[in-house]
Write a protein that binds this ligand. Structure first.
Ligand SMILES: NC(=O)c1ccc[n+]([C@@H]2O[C@H](COP(=O)([O-])OP(=O)(O)OC[C@H]3O[C@@H](n4cnc5c(N)ncnc54)[C@H](OP(=O)(O)O)[C@@H]3O)[C@@H](O)[C@H]2O)c1
Length: 293
């Protein structure tokens, strides 16, 4: 039995769907079981044979974390430690999702798993601490770092862009930060494969969709596909901005590309190209409509 912790979030929802498509038995918890409360975790697992735990829960409000670092730490660090200790007690393998924000973003080639970390913001610090607590508590773990996630459920860049593009004549988008847009469904598929394979190649892995781009180019592709799918009635102008021109509390990584070499060679998981996945996501939106807010 697989326990999805955070099954109501963007990734957790996709993972629940993917596991059910594969006929794999799972159950989920979210805010109803506070990850930082060991007694609540114990109670959620009681009476069940938990073979795998996948942690999709997190404090993900990157800007707000600057003012609420302790709250973020409670979920992203202490909570992960508590979950890891329970996994160890149950003898369950644990997949934990982490982030490109553990790196400082000053790199010039795709970050590898063993590259030194250096988080530059509160959110990144708390996620890095969570990784360390997990490694110390339980060795049967997979840490899967990802970046630039979008998906059907929850707030994300694609939805924000579609909304702004429908409302405005012109919008500016940051053009000097580079990363890899990643469909949550692709990441859910990769996690499901790790669990399904019963792999014992524990350790840290990177998974994003393949290829790299800037937020500006990502927005241009969203616009192109949305016009093609008739999700937008007219075409707003897009203007490239530099990071300095875009007000933000957080210094976001300039370079966030993660190397997928290890996950490909060790686990045999090959991420799809980001443009193809974005195309599938937009077609899915056209066919099914947007979920109710
Ligand atoms: N989104 C991205 O671009 C991105 C990029 C890199 C890495 N990641 C990582 O990917 C993972 C999944 O992200 P996501 O975007 O799917 O996140 P998400 O949509 O924010 O989902 C996280 C879920 O965890 C819940 N949660 C928060 N605090 C909790 C607690 N104390 N106990 C139990 N559940 C709690 C949230 O509830 P509420 O909604 O009520 O808070 C939410 O349902 C996270 O580890 C994140 O750090 C995300």
């Amino acid at each position: 039995m697989i326990w999805i912790v955070g099954n109501k979030g963007m990734l957790g929802t996709e993972l629940e769907l993917r596991l059910s498509e594969l006929g794999m038995e799972s159950f989920g918890t979210d805010r109803d079981c506070d990850i930082a409360d060991p007694a609540a975790l114990e109670a959620a697992a009681a009476g069940k044979r938990v073979d795998w735990i996948v942690n999709c829960s997190a404090y993900t409000a990157v800007d707000r974390a600057e003012e609420e670092e302790e709250l973020a730490r409670r979920v992203n660090a202490a909570g992960v430690g508590a979950l890891a200790r329970l996994a160890a007690r149950l003898g369950a393998s644990l997949v934990h999702v982490s982030t490109d924000y553990v790196f400082d973003g000053a790199g010039t080639r795709p970050y590898r798993e063993e590259d030194p970390i250096g988080p530059a913001c509160a959110y990144g610090r708390t996620k890095a601490e969570g990784e360390a607590l997990l490694r110390a508590a339980w060795d049967r773990h997979f840490i899967v770092r990802t970046a630039w996630l979008y998906g059907r459920h929850g707030k994300n860049f694609v939805y924000s862009m579609l909304k702004l593009m429908a409302e405005r004549e012109e919008l500016g988008v940051v053009a000097d930060q580079v990363g890899s847009p990643t469909w949550a469904r692709d990441l859910a598929g990769a996690i499901a494969r790790i669990v399904e394979s019963g792999s014992a190649a524990y350790g840290t892995y990177h998974f994003t969709d393949e290829g790299e781009t800037s937020w500006y180019e990502f927005a241009r592709e969203i616009l192109r596909l949305a016009l093609e799918a008739r999700l937008l009635a007219r075409e707003p102008r897009l203007r490239p901005l530099s990071t300095d021109q875009y007000p933000s509390k957080v210094r976001r990584p300039a370079y966030s590309v993660l190397s997928k070499e290890k996950i490909r060679s060790v686990l045999g998981i090959a991420p799809p190209d980001w443009r193809e996945s974005l195309g599938r996501f937009i077609r899915d939106l056209r066919e099914r409509g947007m979920p109710a807010a």
